[in-house]
Ligand binder design. Structure first.
Ligand SMILES: [Zn+2]
Length: 276
């Protein structure tokens, strides 16, 4: 695990050791963490390290969205406000009841790259929610959280205009094909979200997976998303079959996915949204 100092007052882990990337914004009187990854001992160390280095305490954990690789470290922040969008909260409740069963969690633990990463896992839910936007003001520093949808309906970004840093969550997979196969994935909302990210005064974008970047990977991803959805729209209006359209969409050049099978499922989901 390597802790990167993104700039003064912002830290992150993006080397994949915590699965989903995690970030800490150090504000004048408190530390705001974003996402909790999927490696409990490392997240504990991350929190302790930042608290020691800054002599400040964690007060808030923001959850960008409901996927396990972004929330399975929540227990390290049980004493904090754990804040997420209503949509993400509902999706977490659904997952807790249906997917995060003791049997499934045992299976995940067995298959984890580091089998000790989920030792003692306890599912900890958000204790505060917001509909579309939330703001923290601490002295002269502001942190803006906004739900856009895209990767999932609840997907939200965390932006600090003072530090010019945005944590984009899984709406941004830096230089790899994104996972967009979840039931609420929406390429149209995703395009709007990326356009919004690009319009903000940001020097460092922290993706949900992959390395920290400037605007370049966002511009590239936006161009790809627009190309694929335009192609789908055109072929639908020409009366082409789903099979033909997915075959053509698959040919549009982009980076490979991090996991096999992601691309076909994502393109199918996007096709369903574009069709309706
Ligand atoms: Zn995700």
């Amino acid at each position: 695990m390597s802790i990167e100092k993104v700039r003064e007052n912002v830290y992150a882990i993006t080397d994949g050791s915590t699965r989903g990337n995690v970030t800490a914004y150090v504000l004048p009187t408190q530390i705001v963490f974003v996402d909790s990854g999927m490696h409990i001992p490392m997240i504990k160390k991350f929190r302790e390290h930042i608290e020691q280095e800054t002599s400040k305490k964690a007060s808030i954990l923001f959850i960008t969205h409901e996927h396990g690789d972004h929330v399975f470290g929540n227990q390290i922040f049980e004493d904090c406000e754990i804040i997420t969008s209503d949509h993400t909260n509902e999706a977490m409740i659904h997952s807790k009841e249906n997917n995060w069963t003791p049997e499934n969690l045992e299976e995940w633990k067995k298959n984890a790259e580091d089998p000790s990463s989920l030792d003692g896992l306890k599912i900890v839910m958000a204790n505060k929610t917001f509909a579309d936007e939330y703001e923290i003001i601490d002295g002269d520093v502001k942190v803006i959280i906004k739900r856009t949808g895209g990767h999932t309906e609840g997907s939200s970004y965390v932006y600090c205009p003072n530090y010019k840093v945005m944590f984009a969550g899984d709406n941004l997979f830096n230089h790899s094909f994104p996972w967009g196969g979840t039931p609420t994935s929406d390429p149209v909302k995703w395009i709007k979200a990326i356009e919004e990210y690009l319009s903000l005064d940001v020097e460092h974008y922290i993706p949900g997976h992959g390395a920290i970047s400037d605007k370049e990977p966002l511009e590239e991803f936006l161009a790809y998303l627009e190309k694929v959805t335009d192609l789908m729209k055109n072929l639908i209006s020409e009366g082409k079959s789903e099979e033909e359209i997915l075959e053509e969409a698959d040919k549009v050049d982009y980076y490979p996915p991090r996991r096999e099978g992601w691309k076909a499922l994502t393109l199918k989901k996007w096709y369903d949204v574009v069709l309706n």
